[in-house]
Design a protein around this ligand. Structure first.
Ligand SMILES: [Zn+2]
Length: 138
């Protein structure tokens, strides 16, 4: 068997995946990264505002008030962390795609269908292997 695909598409070729599909995945991942980036920037701005408001009226707070503000701030912090994580995952996926290491099942090394990657960009196994694993685990 000749590995035509890999030669034509260069280093971004993934085993069994066409250059078009790889490009399609790249677009999906980039869009995801950009939307998470925007969301993160917005959350940072909101969080900043929250802190400013807090500093502004901290003096007159009673105990219950500052308690609910702590909860609000904790929620904001955990949202930031989640967004940062997901943004990083998208970034890593893009890097791995460039290295030709993204989108193949780590179990059977077949290409994971684009439709699955669009929904779960961090998927590392195909549906078949995932369900096999879950059966074993459960
Ligand atoms: Zn698999």
């Amino acid at each position: 068997m000749l590995v035509n695909g890999a030669v034509i598409a260069g280093k971004s070729a993934v085993k069994g995946r066409s250059a078009e599909e790889t490009e399609q995945i790249r677009v999906v991942l980039r869009e995801r990264f950009e939307s998470l980036d925007t969301e993160y920037a917005q959350a940072v701005a909101d969080n900043h505002q929250l802190r400013l408001v807090e500093i502004g009226d901290a003096a007159g707070d009673d105990q219950a008030d500052s308690g609910s503000k702590t909860a609000e701030r904790d929620a904001a912090t955990s949202l930031l962390r989640t967004l940062l994580d997901r943004r990083e995952q998208a970034e890593l996926a893009l890097q791995r795609l460039d290295e030709g290491a993204y989108g193949n099942c780590e179990s059977c090394s077949q290409p994971i269908p684009v439709a699955r990657l669009e929904v779960f960009p961090s998927a590392t196994t195909c549906v078949a292997c995932k369900s096999t694993r879950e059966r074993r685990a459960g």
